[in-house]
Design a protein around this ligand. Structure first.
Ligand code: HPA
Length: 272
């Protein structure tokens, strides 16, 4: 079976189980998985029940796709994503976004936890991604292009929709936050960066560093989907503070910010 057919089969399986096909989708980063549970009338589809879906190894959670209602809008929420550092090829990492695209999703909100490279950021800040730098050393579109998904050489001038970034700012005001904006860089990981790497990233204009989102954003744009990206600054990047980085800290910050992050997402969705 071709990759396209695998994606199509998964999309058809999702279509067969939902009452209404979503126009909006949200990929939930670390610590946000609970948002999927809060969807009204949600149809929950564990990844293992969907054909061809790559297994994801999220600690403490079963990966799942939930289709339900938020503020009157039918959305798809993905709890659990696969990462390149697990050893997956990028087309595996972006399988879910391909399925969403074939389902008919037109707006994709990508969320993540990221390290703060910009020293002006506070831990727990929610950053609107204005643009990205791909330093993963790979691209999800490498290989033969299937024109049914999109063109061989897709434009990446405005990956993150100016319209959606404005809407995020408005939704930020509702939760009494002025959201910082910035440039997100994706590295392969899984080791965190060295202080020298972080100084280098700051020098080239990076504000936040992480290990996800960029492949998904590229694939979404390839399919003509409008993209918004929001990073939770879960920790200051290596060398900013006189202490080592710790995944537990990342999880703790995302836990503390979860309520506000969810309120922000609801405010954004309510405006779409
Ligand atoms: N570096 C890379 N990825 C991350 C970080 C970081 O500091 N924090 C959360 N994800």
């Amino acid at each position: 079976m071709t990759y396209y057919d695998q994606v199509k089969e998964a999309a058809d399986a999702v279509k067969a189980r939902v009452h209404e096909v979503p126009r909006i989708a949200v990929v939930l980063g670390s610590g946000l998985g609970d948002f999927a549970r809060s969807l009204e009338g949600g149809v929950s589809m564990p990844y293992r029940e969907l054909p061809n879906w790559p297994a994801s190894h999220v600690v403490g959670h079963e990966g799942r796709l939930v289709v339900g209602t938020v503020r009157g809008r039918t959305i798809a929420a993905l709890a659990g994503r696969s990462h390149a550092y697990e050893g997956h090829e990028l087309r595996t990492v972006t399988f879910a976004v391909r399925v969403l695209g074939l389902l008919g999703v037109q707006i994709l909100v990508l969320t993540n936890a990221a390290g703060g490279v910009n020293t002006g950021f506070a831990q727990g800040a929610l950053m609107v991604i204005d643009d990205h730098i791909n330093l993963m050393g790979n691209n999800p579109l490498v290989g033969p292009n299937d024109d049914r998904f999109g063109p061989r050489f897709p434009d990446m001038t405005e990956v993150y929709s100016p319209r959606l970034r404005r809407i995020a700012d408005e939704a930020g005001r509702d939760i009494d936050r002025r959201l910082p904006h910035g440039i997100y860089v994706a590295l392969l990981g899984p080791s965190y960066e060295t202080p020298a790497e972080i100084r280098y990233l700051r020098e080239i204009g990076v504000d936040a560093v992480g290990m996800s989102t960029v492949p998904e954003a590229i694939v979404a744009r390839h399919m003509g989907i409008e993209v918004l990206g929001i990073s939770c600054i879960s920790n200051m990047a290596a060398g900013v503070l006189p202490q080592p980085l710790d995944h537990a800290e990342v999880m703790e910050t995302t836990r503390q910010v979860r309520g506000q992050f969810i309120a922000l997402l609801e405010g954004i969705i309510g405006r779409l």
